[in-house]
Design a protein around this ligand. Sequence first.
Ligand code: ATP
Ligand code: MG
Length: 237
Amino acid sequence: MRILELDNIHAYYGDSHVIQGLSLYVDKGEAVSIIGRNGVGKTTTLRSIMGLTPPAQGTIKINGEDSTKWTTNKVVTKGHVAYIPAERHIFPGVTVEENLRIAERKSKKNDQWNLDLIYNKFPILAERRKQDGATLSGGEQQMLAIGRGLMSNPSIMILDEPSQGLAPLIVETVVDTIKQLCKDQTLTLILVEQNYHVAMDLASRHYLMEIKGKIACDMSSQECQEDLDKLIKHLGV
Ligand SMILES: Nc1ncnc2c1ncn2[C@@H]1O[C@H](COP(=O)(O)OP(=O)(O)OP(=O)(O)O)[C@@H](O)[C@H]1O
Ligand SMILES: [Mg+2]
């Protein structure tokens, strides 16, 4: 079942036509990545889904419902989507705990996240609960951003470059955490990554994006593995 569908979307910043006819889909419980070089439109695609840069043309459907014109708030509350931007947007001047509480949203489901469960999953956040969120290390901030996303009890989690700026060992921890969250396939994951090792580790299907949001193809992790040259050439690494 399709949980997310983008059909021929076009997005602009002012006069700049940055996404020119992008289509993709994600099935419920799937983990999908979007990979491509700098500036091809990966973040803009995520922003379009979130209603932050709504598409001028085309349709977006969440759970089969047309969400193209939904506000960001509606995408979060009705679409059950959590977005973790690359910049993480930890609120400065408030504690780790307040950062988590701000996002709390009770769900009717039994499997809902709460502060205790988050602290259980991320002991480092429990240790630092009284600390100003802005003073955490990069890896800790990423954990906090993910924890905060989970507090809204999402069905879809969207992560923009979770490995960006983190040391390899910390990337491993973050990857392990995300993997665990997706293990039972109740959470759908959409991931943007330039680190293709991380993308292949976390997602099972990968959209290769070219300039202006053009999708060259989608490949399974196995196909990527068998054709690493194509992937590396695509990423220009
Ligand atoms: N606020 C903005 N105003 C004008 N142009 C923008 C804005 N944000 C992004 N762009 C442009 O839109 C295009 C797509 O940007 P986007 O951030 O979606 O790319 P990206 O694939 O996420 O890149 P990166 O890998 O560097 O994060 C780029 O050419 C970028 O310069
Ligand atoms: Mg980006």
